[in-house]
Write a protein that binds this ligand. Structure first.
Ligand SMILES: Nc1ncnc2c1ncn2[C@@H]1O[C@H](COP(=O)(O)OP(=O)(O)O)[C@@H](O)[C@H]1O
Ligand SMILES: [Mg+2]
Length: 629
């Protein structure tokens, strides 16, 4: 058989096409399938054609018992008449059934997989829009499982539901055809129906919460696995494999229990749903057999009737399956909608403008801020946490370089995140050249403010693309210049493929210091007007750092800069130092002033390693060859 006309379309041909991706309906009171309406509507034609093909396949199937019955009756009554016409009809029906079954299955599965793809894209686009606060509170395992198994179970339902609807129609038609043969026998067949219905209802009620539990426990397992893979260095360093295996074990046992319980519920109900019609078969044979003996029913009719009852088994089986798939899809869709219904906490306000050009005067006026703690899914509820910044005031003059010093956890990084508007202030305001950051477009703000953090993230692509991240138009010369300024050029040239070396997953094949230098190179290339270095050189050798500082001084001229640091060599870059403690500025001045007059400042610097918490990057730096801590 040639698949020429019907092979799945080559995916590469549709990549790059920008079909508008429809979203789900926003109204949460609608049923889950209704909310999916706009997505399904894009496949209306395919769906209609597939259902039409399924109906034809079903009608063809239903004609078979009737033809067989008629053939037998004719064979019995007129023994010398040819049976070939019946054989020909049966063959034609079989061929038609094959063709149309192929057509509807191809159509429906194709539609379901397309919807799956659309939903995954929707989810991914939406995740891209969500704010930091969402990712703070939702574990990545939860997101991964929603993007995989939950979307998959919705997909399965979409492929099966139309088939089952058609099966249900075939059920009705078969009953009508059966009634035409014998009403009393049809009535006997039906005795099982109410019982099937009641058992089905019970199963439906049990399955919905169970499916939810199974899916959320799958997410728990995914979370443990995700943490272990991402944190494998820490796990091994602390010889904690056993402990981690135990916690995976606990999650797995919980999942096993939920799965077993689900299958128990299924096993306890489906035999009733599937086998009750078979009891009817026995009754029909008994009563129908007597009728044939009495001569009130022909043998052909009895055989047709039996074939119909056997045909009915499939729809009955499917009812059970539909109930299970339907409940699972509903639970999964709800979990998926939970993410899609999240609105980003930080959005461009309706009249947002691009940051007007200015000198780069930054003001924090009475800023207060607390991290939110709500969660989604079945994780712990919300608790109130203490404010991180409280009535925080700070003015950064245009072109100034200010060092922010403070103990670990006082909120130094929070200050930089608020300036980037990763989070919105709770009260007070942050302005750049007089514009409240909340009145600006996020893109213009983030183009003008450049941030290097202590744990820079590199993508699994070439070093070149990592340096030019967000600036794809940069030339190779510009990239190289930036790398030289960040003292990264030499080590990059030592790598196997130089600038075209692909960074390993999460940048693990580069040391912490090397990754920091690549992140600093990004800033040398981007040259933003406002710069924030958040412990950006913490993993870089002091000697290398000095060389970077020389280049930085040229870059920083005329740009407003915040340097969060605890190393004296880094603080020395700044014109003035701000000491923060308990969420507010407690002292401001030059380094030497503060050393003399503020004991807390000297203390904070003396306990400089206080800022070296064992974060992933730091731990990694400890274990890499030139971490330079
Ligand atoms: N995303 C977050 N969600 C909740 N709490 C956070 C988050 N980030 C930081 N914190 C908490 O806020 C406080 C200040 O954090 P941070 O600004 O990173 O401190 P610093 O940079 O001064 O070490 C810390 O107590 C920290 O635990
Ligand atoms: Mg910090």
């Amino acid at each position: 058989m040639s698949y020429g006309a019907t092979t799945p379309e080559d995916p590469s041909s549709s990549i790059g096409e920008t079909e508008p991706n429809p979203t789900i309906r926003k109204d949460r009171s609608l049923g889950w399938l209704k909310r999916l309406g706009p997505v399904l509507a894009t496949h209306r034609k395919r769906l209609l054609l597939s259902v039409a093909a399924a109906i034809i396949a079903m009608v063809v199937q239903i004609l078979v018992p009737r033809v067989v019955g008629l053939a037998i009756d004719q064979g019995l009554s007129e023994r010398n008449k040819s049976l070939w016409p019946f054989v020909a009809v049966l063959i034609a029906l079989a061929v038609a059934r094959g063709v149309f079954t192929f057509a509807y299955r191809y159509g429906l599965y194709g539609m379901a997989f397309k919807v799956e793809n659309q939903l995954r894209n929707l989810l991914f686009e939406h995740l891209g829009r969500l704010s930091f606060s969402f990712f703070d509170r939702v574990q990545s395992g939860q997101i991964i499982s929603r993007a995989n198994s939950d979307i998959r179970s919705v997909q399965m339902f979409l492929a099966f539901a139309p088939i089952m609807a058609v099966q249900f129609m075939s059920f009705i038609i078969a009953i009508l055809l059966m009634s035409a043969i014998s009403l009393p026998l049809t009535a006997i067949t039906m005795v099982a129906l109410p019982a099937v219905f009641i058992v089905g209802q019970r199963l439906r009620k049990i399955m919905f919460p169970l499916s939810w539990i199974v899916q959320s426990r799958q997410a728990e397992v995914a979370t443990v696995v995700d943490e272990n893979i991402n944190g494998i260095r820490v796990v091994k360093a602390f010889a904690a494999e056993r402990h981690q295996i135990n916690s995976l074990g606990v999650a797995a046992v919980k999942l096993r229990w939920a799965n077993l319980f689900q299958h128990y519920a299924r096993a306890a109900h489906t035999p009733f749903i599937e086998n009750l019609p078979r009891v009817a078969l026995a009754l029909v044979l008994l009563i129908g057999g007597r009728q044939v003996i009495d001569g009130t029913l022909t043998i052909g009719d009895l055989i047709s009737f039996n074939l119909y009852i056997i045909l009915l088994q499939a729809p009955f089986r499917f009812i059970g399956m539909l109930l299970i798939l339907g409940q699972r899809a509903k639970a999964s869709a709800a979990r998926m909608y939970e993410i899609l219904d999240e609105s980003p906490s930080v959005t461009d306000s309706p009249g947002a403008i691009d940051l007007p050009s200015g000198n780069g005067l930054i003001r924090f006026d009475n800023v207060s801020f607390t991290y939110g703690t709500e969660t989604i899914g079945d994780s712990a509820g919300s608790t109130s946490s203490p404010p991180i910044l409280h009535e925080f005031n700070l003015v950064l003059q245009p072109g100034s370089i200010t060092a922010i010093v403070g103990r670990t956890g006082t909120g130094k990084s929070t200050v930089s995140r608020l300036l980037m508007r990763f989070y919105d202030v709770e009260s007070g305001q942050i302005t750049i050249d007089g514009s409240d950051v909340r009145s600006l477009t996020q893109s213009s703000l983030r183009n003008r403010v450049g941030l290097v953090s202590d744990e820079p993230f590199l993508f699994s692509t070439t070093i070149k693309e990592n340096i030019a991240y967000g600036m794809p138009e940069a030339t190779s010369t510009e990239i190289e210049e930036a790398a030289r300024a960040a003292q990264a050029h030499d080590f990059i040239c030592d790598l196997k493929s130089g600038y075209n070396t692909v960074v390993g997953e999460r940048g693990y094949d580069l040391s912490g210091g090397q990754r920091q230098r690549i992140a600093i190179a990004r800033l040398f290339l981007m040259k933003p007007q406002i710069l924030i270095f958040d412990d950006a050189t913490s993993s870089i050798d002091v000697a290398v750092e000095e060389a970077i500082h020389k280049n930085l001084l040229t870059l920083l001229k005329g740009r407003t800069t915040i340097i969060i640091a605890h190393r004296l060599s880094t603080i020395a870059l700044a014109d003035s130092v701000v000491l923060i403690d308990n969420g507010a500025v407690v002292a401001k001045g030059t380094h030497s002033d503060l050393m003399e007059t503020v004991p807390l400042y000297a203390q904070t610097l003396a306990s400089g390693d206080a800022d070296k918490k064992p974060t992933a990057a730091k731990t990694q730096a400890i274990f890499s060859e030139d971490g330079g801590l």
